[in-house]
Ligand binder design. Structure first.
Ligand code: UD1
Length: 419
């Protein structure tokens, strides 16, 4: 098993191009299955999750090639609807292929995503919505078989009890080629939903209202291929900003999405960092010790503070002056990184949904293990600011979401080695 050895204490400084968004690339790759031509996805991040999505597409009969941050997908041969168990296990978000497979073939067999790093991840909303669109759903001993008995799925009015990102994506994917109109009320408004819809529109889909809480989709009979550029990764961007804030120094992030990162940036500004944005660039400078964030940091659906940035910001605030309080409202089990931060000298008390972080002057290196993607990135952020050596295991989690992570950190002057 590989690990990172990180020697903390270096100030970070430099410029970097932000990678493409993982959470956009995955549903867009699934969406490519609905098209008849060739799709060329540019700015596609080179990540293990993207490679898994590529393997799933190939297994479903598509031809997917990936090189130099470009995925070329030809779905003309897509004729299979079953995702094998091992591929489902590689990437839990493979559940989002359901809507696309139903739209293309009318029948899919997938596995229930198991209890995962962030707690159980139910798919009840996905299934209830697909069933409203005419899908029949069968439980076959841990596998889910889902079929549309008619020629096409049927448009429906669907009200989500919570604006689930994955459920919104699955509904959109099933609805774009369904018969008639689908309206999603209380839809997720995350920028990656808009990116998915932007891609589908470029293929000929009829979608309105993405980015708002009601999305209206009128089904079409055919989607063509297209060339599309995946949006920048706002969570990877948040990570490199938080890392520089924690270690001290300055960074210019290029090819970012400043408006979409605003919910994160507006909180980070409270720490006393100098942050300037222009067009698609973000400049951050941290001179003095960080200040704690006075207002409770509540994770909420977009445009609230993103749950994916909670651990990452916490890793910077553990050494801030004063007490910061987090409230995790999206996932039940998203404080697993706190044990590692405490081992490194942080003072954190978790009480149900809340985590109280009392800033300490300095962290020290330790042997720690990543248990999930963003929690692992948070440990790397903390280690770069800590005194001494950290051995960080479980880095396959980090490879799921960060392209050439250690190269990016080294380019900023951080001391990190993969072993
Ligand atoms: C996506 C993102 C993930 C991010 C999350 C919230 C991808 C690949 N992943 O995950 O990085 O942290 O959005 O912004 O884009 N829920 C149910 N029933 C359902 C569906 C969801 O109870 O049928 C619950 C979940 O358990 C969770 C909450 O709703 O507590 C939010 O989940 P959701 O928005 O669906 O997240 P994902 O799409 O899994």
């Amino acid at each position: 098993m590989q690990k990172f050895t990180i020697i903390g204490g270096n100030r970070l400084s430099g410029e970097m191009f932000l990678q493409g968004s993982k959470n956009s690339a995955l549903p867009i790759m699934a969406a490519a299955m609905l098209t008849d031509g060739q799709c060329v996805l540019k700015n596609c991040p080179a990540l293990t999750d993207v490679y898994s999505a590529s393997r799933i597409l190939n297994c479903l009969g598509c031809k997917c090639h990936f090189s130099s941050n470009c995925a070329v997908i030809d779905a003309s041969g897509a004729d299979r609807g079953e995702i094998p168990e091992n591929l489902m296990r590689e990437m839990r978000s493979s559940i989002m292929f359901m809507g696309a497979i139903l739209g293309r073939i009318g029948e899919c067999i997938v596995s229930v995503p198991g209890g995962c790093e962030l707690g159980p991840r139910p798919i009840d909303m996905h299934l209830a919505a697909l069933s409203r669109m005419g899908a029949e759903i069968f439980d076959c001993g841990g596998r889910i078989r889902c079929r549309i008995p008619s020629e096409r799925a049927k448009g429906a009015r669907i009200s989500l009890s919570f604006p689930s990102v994955g459920a919104t994506e699955n509904i959109i994917l099933c609805a774009v080629k369904a018969e008639g109109e689908t309206i999603i009320h209380n839809a997720a408004r995350e920028p990656e939903i808009c990116d998915l819809c932007g891609f589908l529109r470029a293929c000929g889909a009829n979608i309105k209202g993405d980015g708002e809480s009601s999305i209206i989709i009128n089904g079409v009979t055919r989607l063509n291929g297209c060339e599309y550029t995946i949006m920048p990764d706002r969570i990877a961007g948040a990570t490199y900003l938080a890392m520089t804030a924690a270690a001290g120094g300055e960074i210019i992030l290029k090819n970012t999405c400043t408006a979409e990162m605003e919910p994160f940036i507006s909180v980070l500004e409270h720490t006393g960092c100098g942050i300037y944005t222009s067009d698609n660039k973000i400049y951050l400078r941290r001179g003095q010790r960080l200040k704690a964030v006075r207002d409770r940091i509540r994770t909420m659906p977009h445009p609230g503070f993103p749950t994916d940035a909670q651990a990452i910001l916490m890793a910077a605030l553990v050494t801030a002056d004063g007490t910061s309080v987090f409230e995790e409202n999206i996932f039940d089990c998203r404080y697993r990184h706190t044990d590692a931060l405490i081992k490194m000298g942080a003072d954190i008390q978790v009480m149900g949904k809340a985590a109280v972080v009392r800033g300490v002057p300095k962290l020290h290196g330790a042997d720690v293990e990543a248990t999930d993607l963003r929690g692992g990135a948070a440990m790397a952020v903390a280690a770069l600011a800590a005194d001494g050596v950290t051995h960080l295991g479980g880095i396959s989690h980090i490879d799921r979401g960060y392209e050439k992570f250690e190269e990016a950190v080294v380019s900023l002057g951080g001391n990190i080695r993969r072993e």
